[in-house]
Design a protein around this ligand. Structure first.
Ligand code: G3P
Length: 214
């Protein structure tokens, strides 16, 4: 499974990139706003740190404006993926951008039918939001897995990015379900590494070593 980092924080991206486990980065307007710095400069800097797909989201809701914005974002770096919200105009913009060989990540996906239409419109990536589906009492991973099943059943040049990942169990379930990509917050990446028995085991090894070498 590919792991993308879901953040616009440069320091988090640098630290995660050093581990050799990050295959890409996703951002969105909220994550960008949180950093309080220039959007284009931030995306450019991320592209210099991680050699993989870097999602940058359009703000416009009108198809023609989305296309114009998307073309500008695509000029930042060859690894930029244009993120487009799943709306009727978003589908129209995705189709137009994909015709120009610009990779699109259709986001704010919440159903397999939306995923199917996004793939047919030419989306290179599709982002079902698992955590937000959980928030309303649905099974977000199950829906993301249904999206994966549909996409995998046909020869679409499309990958599923499970997004809105809130905890380590979400990541495990994505991997167990065979979902292509999970995009995860930095804090979840750190939590994935921790296990109390590992800490206890290290302490025991070091104590035994010290005692044997007194
Ligand atoms: O990539 C989408 C993700 O950032 C949304 O996460 O926790 O705001 O639903 P969340």
């Amino acid at each position: 499974m590919q792991i993308f980092l879901d953040t616009a924080n440069i320091e988090e991206i640098r630290q995660a990139a050093e581990l050799g486990v990050i295959d890409g980065v996703t951002t969105n307007p909220s994550l960008i706003a949180k950093e309080k710095r220039d959007f284009i400069a931030t995306i450019r800097e991320i592209c210099e740190i991680v050699d993989g797909p870097i999602s940058a989201e359009v703000i416009s809701l009108n198809a023609d404006e989305m296309v114009a914005e998307g073309r500008k974002l695509a000029e930042i770096h060859e690894n930029v993926v244009v993120k487009v919200p799943f709306t009727r105009d978003g589908l129209k913009a995705t189709y137009a951008l994909s015709q120009d060989d610009i990779d699109v990540n259709m986001t704010l996906i919440f159903s397999p039918n939306q995923a199917l239409l996004a793939a047919k419109a030419g989306a290179r990536y599709i982002s079902p939001f698992a955590g937000r589906l959980d928030d309303i009492g649905q099974d977000g991973i199950a829906i993301a897995s249904q999206c994966q099943d549909i996409i995998s059943s046909y020869d679409y040049d499309t990958e599923i990015i499970a997004a809105s990942i809130r905890h380590t169990q979400h990541v495990f379930l994505c991997a167990q379900e065979g979902i292509d990509i999970a995009t995860i917050p930095f804090k979840v990446l750190l939590q994935m590494m921790k296990h109390p028995l590992t800490d206890i085991g290290i302490e025991q090894f070091l104590n035994d070593w010290k005692n044997a070498n007194k």
